[in-house]
Each structure stands twice: as structure tokens, then as C-alpha cells.
Write a protein that binds this ligand. Structure first.
Ligand SMILES: [Zn+2]
Length: 429
């Protein structure tokens, strides 16, 4: 009898284990997926409350390019209008906490932004990147042996040629996009996001010299661009931004970091390729080819971060012409995130990985409606058209809710198994 009893108990335990294990989130069972379960910032960073993830957890974004998708985002003169209060609150909290240096805005009297008397752009408290002052934590160099591929100012009509080339070479890159260009050239955005699955980063909404902007204007330039990328990538929160013209300082950088969790990326080699399409260019394709040869055959420490643009057919050509040299010289060619083997988004590893779950108490921020139409609201339960990214749904979307459901089901089934085991034991006894 005792062996039958032991067998029955063993059987019941096995059944219980099988039932429970079948209901456990495979992400939790697989340590390689743990990164998908969390944000990459500390728990208290304000960015957690500023953006909400997409997918199937209550917010479904409008199809890219649709009127609802574009609604609420500002034209240039309206950049400051309808800015979500939560952004302003986060900015003011950061200022009150002493996290945003009180540096005056610059003026553009000459080739570089100018600070008022008494503010040295090379001093640690100002540290202007326009003057090549490097703030610790900002990215200027790559790890030894790496070549970071990044392209600024897109998406634009020359972009598809670049995207086809990158895809043909099976090469990922980081694209520092201008928010208003994403709105205008959403088809190209879809291509680089869906076909290339490249990393999307922030290059502001209107491409200004950022140190000339007030705190609130800096907030709007970054926030709107982040919001549009977030809404267009299944809820991914951008991690990197690059200041237009490389113009940042301790104040601008602190707003990006403290309010929005953004890391500043500059560069250590400049092709001046942005000027190729100008009436009087500062460089030529031959000159860029010569510079590329020097850099690509030179020392591999530090790694290269070359400033390149998807701004004109010529700038795209300058990159494509240098490709063979990049490969033949043995550089590890990667996006900014891949270069450091880190996450490309604050809440996701890359374009194809799951997005980290929303946190309890998160604020749902959507661009407010531009007209009285009641479409985009702050109510997370409001109905939106399904996102048509065409991207296969991540296997673990809706993680918070489904995790809760799984947990409840698991508990119930465990008790059921124990009940069955008890009955079995009673019968056998
Ligand atoms: Zn730019």
C-alpha cells in the first residue's frame, strides 16, 4: 500500500509540475530573455512615466502615415503648443532637484553659438560640444576596432538608396531622425524600420542649434521626436540622440538625460558630407574618399564614429563608395548600440526584441488632438486603430497583463492538482 501511495503522490506532483510549468512565461524560464523584462534605467527615472509601451497592453497605435498617426504633432511654429504637461512637470522637477545647470541660452552671431560674458564654453560647468568640450558619459569615440554606422537628418528622398544598400550588405545602422521628416516621409521610415530593422534615434523635431533654445524648447524638440518614434515602433523609447550641428552643453545634455533618459552621441570624424549638395560645398566626393582612406587605414583606437548624412544623393554615395574599404580593413561595422553591445532602446534591445512591460501607474501620453475630434485622448482605454507596422507581434506582448493572468491560472491549477492528488490518495488508501 505504501508504494502505491508513494507512486500516487509522485504522480500527483508530476502532474502539478507539468501543469504549472506549462503556464510559466517562457521569458522567465529562459535567462537569455531576461533583458526584455525590464527597462534599462533605474527604477525612479522620470522617463518611465513619460512614455507608455505599445503592443497589446491597452494602447494600439494608428497605422504609420494615417491621419490619426500624424494628428496632434506640431508644425514648427506650434512646437510649444499642446506640449504634454507631464513633460513640463518632469522638467520642472529636474530643475527643482538641481539637475539642470542654469546656463544661459546662446546666440548665433558667428559660426558657433556664443555665450554671454562670464560663461566659458570650455569650462566644466558649460562644456559646449560645439567647442569640442566633452562631457563625461557622452559618446564621441567607439570601442577599439569598431566603426559605428550612423546617418543624420533622414528620412528624406535620398534615403531609400541607402536603405537598399544597407540591406543588401546585411548591415544595421543607427538613424538619427528629424521628427518632422518622419511625419513627411513616413514611407521611407516604414522601409528602414520594417525592412532594415535598423536602430532609430533622435535628431530633434526642427534641427536647431539646441543651445540657442530655452529649457522648454529643448524639451519640445526632444519630446515630440521621441513620442513619434515611440508611437511608430511598437512603443520603443529611443535611447540615443545626436544634437544637430553637434551643438549641446551641460544644460541641454542634462534635459535630454534627466527628463528623457537620452544618451548624447557626437562623433570623432566629420566628412562635411552635409555640404555636398550646397551651391558651394565645403568638400567633394574625392576629398571625402581621401579622408575615408586615411581614417579607415589608420589606427583602430579609438573606434570610429564618422558623421554621415542621408541628406543628399551625393552624401549617400560618399558612404557607399567607402564601404569596401571599411570591410577590407577589418573594422567591426555596427550601429551605435551594437558597437557597444548594448540596448538600442530604453525599453527594448532592438527592433525585433520584445518591449519591456509598462509599469503600474504609468501616464499615458498622446499628442493632444489638434481639433475638437475626440480621437487621441489621454485615456489609455480609448480606441485606436490597430498599428499596421507589419512587424510580427513580439511573442510576449501584453506582458504585464498576461503575466498576471498566467500567475492566477498557475495558482488555480496547482490547487486543482493537489486536490486530485488528495482524492487519489484517499481512494488508494
Ligand atoms: Zn543634422
Amino acid at each position: 500500500m505504501s508504494s502505491r501511495l508513494a507512486s500516487a503522490i509522485l504522480l500527483a506532483v508530476c502532474v502539478a509540475q507539468a501543469i504549472v510549468s506549462a503556464t510559466v512565461d517562457p521569458d522567465q524560464a529562459d535567462p537569455t530573455h531576461h533583458l526584455s523584462e525590464r527597462w534599462y534605467h533605474d527604477e525612479n527615472h522620470s522617463v518611465h512615466t513619460l512614455f507608455r509601451r505599445g503592443g497589446n497592453d491597452g494602447i494600439i497605435y494608428s497605422p504609420i502615415g494615417s491621419p490619426d498617426w500624424a494628428q496632434g504633432f506640431p508644425a514648427d511654429p506650434a512646437l510649444m503648443q499642446n506640449m504634454p504637461q507631464a513633460w513640463l512637470d518632469a522638467l520642472h522637477a529636474a530643475i527643482a532637484a538641481g539637475k539642470i545647470p542654469d546656463i544661459p541660452v546662446t546666440t548665433m552671431g558667428g559660426p558657433s553659438p556664443t555665450y554671454p560674458d562670464g560663461y566659458d564654453p570650455m569650462s566644466p560647468n558649460v562644456c559646449s560640444s560645439s567647442y569640442q568640450c566633452r562631457i563625461p558619459g557622452d559618446i564621441w569615440d567607439g570601442p577599439p576596432g569598431t566603426l559605428s554606422l550612423s546617418f543624420d537628418d533622414g528620412p528624406l528622398p535620398p534615403s531609400p538608396t541607402l536603405y537598399r544598400f544597407l540591406k543588401e550588405k546585411q548591415q544595421h545602422a543607427t538613424h538619427f531622425f528629424i521628427g518632422s521628416n518622419i511625419l513627411q516621409y513616413h514611407d521611407y521610415f516604414q522601409t528602414v524600420w520594417l525592412d532594415n530593422q535598423d536602430d532609430i534615434a533622435v535628431h530633434t523635431w526642427t534641427h536647431p542649434y539646441m543651445t540657442t533654445k530655452t529649457n522648454e524648447e529643448v524639451l519640445a524638440e526632444l519630446g515630440w521626436t521621441m513620442q513619434l518614434i515611440h508611437n511608430s515602433t511598437g512603443g520603443r523609447v529611443p535611447k540615443y540622440w545626436r544634437p544637430p550641428y553637434g551643438d549641446s552643453d551641460t544644460r541641454v545634455r542634462a534635459i535630454a538625460q534627466e527628463v528623457f533618459g537620452l544618451t548624447t552621441v557626437v562623433w570623432n570624424q566629420d566628412t562635411n558630407d552635409w555640404s555636398l549638395s550646397d551651391p558651394v560645398p565645403l568638400t567633394s566626393l574625392d576629398q571625402i574618399a581621401s579622408q575615408m582612406h586615411t581614417w579607415l587605414t589608420g589606427p583602430k583606437t579609438p573606434g570610429l564614429i564618422i558623421l554621415e548624412h542621408e541628406l543628399s544623393d551625393q552624401s549617400v554615395q560618399a558612404f557607399m563608395s567607402a564601404w569596401d574599404l571599411m570591410v577590407s580593413n577589418g573594422w567591426k561595422i555596427a550601429s551605435v548600440a551594437q558597437m557597444g553591445d548594448v540596448n538600442a532602446y530604453q525599453n527594448a534591445w532592438n527592433a525585433t526584441s520584445p518591449v519591456a512591460p509598462a509599469r503600474i501607474g504609468e501616464i499615458s501620453i498622446h499628442p493632444p488632438p489638434a481639433s475638437p475630434t475626440p480621437s487621441l485622448s489621454h485615456d489609455s482605454s480609448s480606441t485606436h486603430v490597430a498599428q499596421s507596422t507589419g512587424k510580427p507581434s513580439p511573442p510576449h506582448t501584453n506582458q504585464k497583463n498576461s503575466a498576471t493572468d498566467r500567475s492566477a491560472a498557475s495558482t488555480m491549477l496547482t490547487w486543482l492538482a493537489i486536490f486530485v492528488a488528495t482524492i487519489t490518495v484517499c481512494i488508494l488508501s
